[in-house]
Design a protein around this ligand. Sequence first.
Ligand SMILES: [Zn+2]
Length: 489
Amino acid sequence: MTDRWLLIENGTVIDGDANPPVPDCSVLVRNARIVKVGTVDRENDIPRGAQVEVIDARGKTVMPGLIDIHCHMTYGLARTEEEISVYTPPELRTLIAAANVEKVLAAGVTSISQPGGSYFIGVGLREGIKRGLVHGPRMTSAGRYLTTSNGLTDWFPDATGNPESSIGKLTNTADEMKVEIRRQAKAGVDLIKLADSPYGDFQAFTDDELKMCADLAHQLGLKITIHARGDGEMNAAVNAGFDHIMHGNYMSDATIENLATSQIPLAPTQLFMHHIVEFAEISRNRASIVEATKRMNDATQETLHRAYAAGVKFAMGTDSGFATVPYGEWHARELEMLMHYTGMSSLEAIQAGTKNGANAMGLPDDLGVLAEGKLADIIVVNGDPVADIRVLYTPGKVETVVLNGEVQTFPENIRQRFLRNDYLPHEYGWEVLSYERALEGAPQPKTQLDWTSEQRLDVVNDVRKQEKVGALAVAGTVANLNGDGPAAE
Ligand SMILES: [Zn+2]
């Protein structure tokens, strides 16, 4: 096979390793790898007669493709937990995910990791991409989240049980955890995902269970990650040797110190939480959820500033897949969130969104940095993300996406693609038809039967519990979460 050459000329190169941008810099790619970064001499660096594709990047930025290590392709723009975990059958869900993943790539996200999803759709999607059946980014995937009766993703009442369609797999004993990890390893996952408590106000797994799960995952050649918002599970996950950790909203100084020393990447994944508050009106989020999330975001900002100052390593995760965080729209906004919530610079945020995600892709030495010998996952951006990080998610600004050394092409209308698992709960009508309402158009009477306000009861209960518990495991180091106490400094 003849070599394929790609030359991206005269751009400003950001290497993904937080070094200062280099102007008038060229990048030469042979097949899937970068062979030169700097001044390229076409006569000497490229064999005579070779076919070379040339991109003029004058006035533009050339940087590694983004790595989103928290992207849920099976969620299908979900509005409710039922849409995530119940209604859409796996066959249709897979097809929707396959169409949506192309939009992720088109946004300049050349790698994703799915930390939990329904069935083994993530594994199938990863293989489909690898075999060229599906157009999408590099991908690694977990299976269903391992959880306990007290963890995120055991949403449904015990009377309903833990349906096989759920993103969560209920594992209440160490033996059940082992069985599920072994089963998932056999099915071909890249990583195991654990779901600790929804809001971090208690530990859903014991320290020993986390250690056992991490050891078994590693023994089977898998990575392991965890949804951890509270201090206790954060510290336990670091001690257990997890490969990367999601969230870290509340951490004591001691836990931050432990995390910083470990250099285990933390993906705060604040985009989803931030959108709940910022766009509450558009997305019609219920007031109690918005209020509780705002308090959590404020506490998170305090925690993550301390974490950044202590030298914690950050990575980019977005929780894309919810209706409020649709695929291919906002991924790079997590870099803006990292700047806002930790105080880091734009160059450091870009490093978090490129180099620091490479390990979660199983390619720590090959990916995320624009340098000789690395895999050629590259984007060309019409703008300067160092001056304004928002260009990375402004429509149309990511002009060229290169994956494995190949310039990608997309359907012209891909930005209009919003495919969803639109199976709402079985409905019988949403309004209570009193005599007056039905016949005279009077205002709706107050009633206990308003199902719309009850359908996400389990989520709301957790928020309420959160409100009651107030300051979490690190009382005294973060703001009083009841919102009526003084903010901690
Ligand atoms: Zn998530």
